[in-house]
Design a protein around this ligand. Structure first.
Ligand code: GUN
Ligand code: ZN
Length: 439
């Protein structure tokens, strides 16, 4: 028996289609008593116990999670690891918040030992929340990226991250230059992109903190290194948008600033994108770019309501993933992101059902990142990144759960009431990396 074969038994809940394009009921796969078999970090079989158990190699005993939900690990498409130490910073909107808290905190990451410590805590908390893949901002310091990828490589998590590029409008210790930013990013790409499960993301913070020369250098990084990602912030806050208009008067829109530099394409992920025009959505659709919906942050910083239904309009759907945006966001739990996402959509006059919600947190995120051939499903061939959810994690949840009459209701109340306490276990590439009930 290969020692790398593992198996999990429980309820399997997985998305198989996009519920923004197809009826939700057709998009969910559910095996009330299911079995997942894993070999060498990949799922080799997933299905009902009766038909899948015969495929178990002799000597392999499944880890049994009775009545728990085995789901694809959550995907967080926008988060800042250096900001976990300032989560819940009081009382400001975006631009004041950046100056008062963020740019002060991020200066500490010049110190590699500090970066190592925070990266470890961040990834531990991410796994405790059931998130197995994230698109992560480091700081301007290359050592902050080294610290992050080193810990991610140790855990064998599939992470996408990059060094922040900023060459103006921030404190001097946080500034690089267009050339230095290019060189340091290129060196990090050579060292980390495609190294094991790590993927690199070119990361100009946002238009106000980069000169046009630096945005062009970011475009050159994408052209010179096919397959790397691009992340930045877009149309988050009214004051920010006005500032971009003043800084780039010759561009038609905020998105056009990035487009002009060649930054809008497949594997581009734009955080927030709240105050968008129809033309912006059309451009993102045409280019295959993705938006990160960050509900807890958009509410906490008073930024606005992301127009999810407009973004996902089947006439020209834009790829959308779910982001926590910690420290602007207030929780690393994607269950809590979905709790707030539902309210954001409700305030916009729409509805976010549980199937759409969990799609955003799993397969939708994978599609946004062009990783839906390997992440986001509990299915053969997929990487074995799994979250095991306990629907009865607290006495109140157990009580509420007894009144659920459908899987959809169970999932919906889970996102309303759930957080890291509901994460019974997290598996990464076929290894259990978090067990809530272990001593
Ligand atoms: N815009 C530019 N930088 C940031 C950041 O760190 N967080 C958020 N939410 N928005 C930004
Ligand atoms: Zn952000």
């Amino acid at each position: 028996v290969s020692s790398s074969v593992k198996a999990l038994r429980g309820q399997i809940v997985s998305l198989r289609g996009n519920p923004f394009l197809h009826p939700s009921a057709e998009c969910l796969t559910h095996h009330p008593d299911g079995l997942v078999i894993i070999a060498d970090g990949h799922i080799t079989a997933a299905g009902p116990w009766e038909t899948t158990a015969p495929l178990l190699p002799a000597g392999v005993t499944p880890v049994h999670y009775p009545d728990h939900l085995i789901m694809p690990g959550f995907i967080d498409t926008h988060v800042h690891y250096p900001q976990i130490q300032m989560i819940g910073a009081y009382g400001e909107q975006l631009l004041e918040w950046l100056n008062t808290y963020t740019f002060v905190t991020e200066q500490q990451f010049a110190n590699r030992a500090h970066a190592d410590r925070i990266a470890k805590i961040f990834l531990r908390e991410l796994l405790r929340a059931g998130t197995t893949t994230a698109v992560v901002y480091c700081t301007v310091h290359p050592q902050s990226v080294e610290a992050f990828f080193a810990e991610s490589a140790r855990l064998n998590t599939r992470m996408i991250a990059g060094k922040v590029l900023m060459d103006r409008n921030a404190p001097a210790p946080l500034l690089d230059t267009a050339q230095r930013g290019y060189d340091e990013s290129a060196a990090l790409i050579a060292r980390w992109h495609g190294q094991g499960r790590q993927l690199y993301c070119v990361t100009p913070r946002f238009a106000p903190t980069s000169t046009e020369a630096q945005l062009d250098a970011a475009g050159a990084l994408l052209r010179d290194h096919p397959g790397v990602y691009l992340q930045t912030h877009l149309c988050e806050n009214k004051g920010e948008i006005e500032w971009v208009r003043e800084l780039f008067p010759e561009r038609r829109s905020y998105l056009d600033v990035y487009d002009h530099a060649g930054l809008v394409g497949p594997r581009s992920v734009f955080g927030h994108a709240i105050h968008m025009h129809e033309g912006d959505f059309c451009t993102c659709h045409a280019r295959g770019a993705a938006l990160a919906f960050c509900p807890t942050s958009n509410l906490f910083l008073g930024s606005g309501l992301f127009p999810l239904d407009a973004a996902t309009d089947p006439a020209r759907p834009v790829r959308v993933g779910l982001g926590t945006d910690v420290g602007g966001g207030t929780s690393l739990s994607q269950l809590q992101s979905l709790n707030e996402a539902y309210k954001v959509v409700a305030l916009s006059g729409g509805r976010l059902d549980a199937v759409r919600a969990f799609w955003l947190a799993t397969l939708g995120g994978a599609e946004a990142l062009y990783l839906d051939d390997r992440l986001g499903k509990v299915a053969p061939g997929y990487e074995a990144d799994l979250v095991v959810i306990d629907p009865k994690a607290t006495p109140f949840m157990a009580f509420r759960s007894d009144y659920c009459t459908s899987l959809e209701e169970q999932l919906f109340t889970l996102m309303t009431m759930g957080d890291d306490r509901a994460v019974r276990a997290t598996w990464v590439a076929g290894e259990c990396v978090h067990d809530r009930d272990a001593a």
